[in-house]
Design a protein around this ligand. Structure first.
Ligand SMILES: [Zn+2]
Length: 120
């Protein structure tokens, strides 16, 4: 379920179909990533995702078809998942919390403020 929500956020933030490879690349950036099998299973079995054809991709083995995925809007509408936002300071993707900075930038800002206040 955690993976599912994160994948839905990914789709929402890019607003276009994604290939299995693109999605896998993204999950590789997570602290606890998914294996290719976990990803394929989730995409294929979960009603929130729908395959919308294939595209040809070039790789070491030549050109081969890769599945293209989209969100099943009617399934995700009721889930109240917000799209990912981008940190104003460093540009990383963050969970939409209403705060425009990521945790790291927020902390370093706070520390700078504290240092300034300490000297004053
Ligand atoms: Zn940041």
């Amino acid at each position: 379920m955690k993976y599912k929500a994160a994948l839905i956020q990914l789709f929402m933030s890019v607003s276009r179909p994604l290939t299995t490879c693109e999605i896998k690349d993204h999950t590789n950036t997570w602290r606890h990533g998914m294996t290719s099998n976990e990803l394929s299973n989730l995409l294929a079995k979960d009603q929130a995702f729908a395959q919308s054809g294939t595209v040809m991709s070039a790789g070491f083995g030549g050109r081969y078809p890769v599945a293209l995925w989209v969100l099943n809007q009617s399934e995700v509408e009721n889930m109240k998942i917000s799209p990912l936002k981008t940190c104003n300071d460093c540009g990383v993707s963050i969970q939409a919390t209403g705060r425009p900075t990521c945790g790291k930038c927020y902390l370093s800002k706070k520390q700078k403020e504290r240092r300034k206040n300490g000297k004053a």
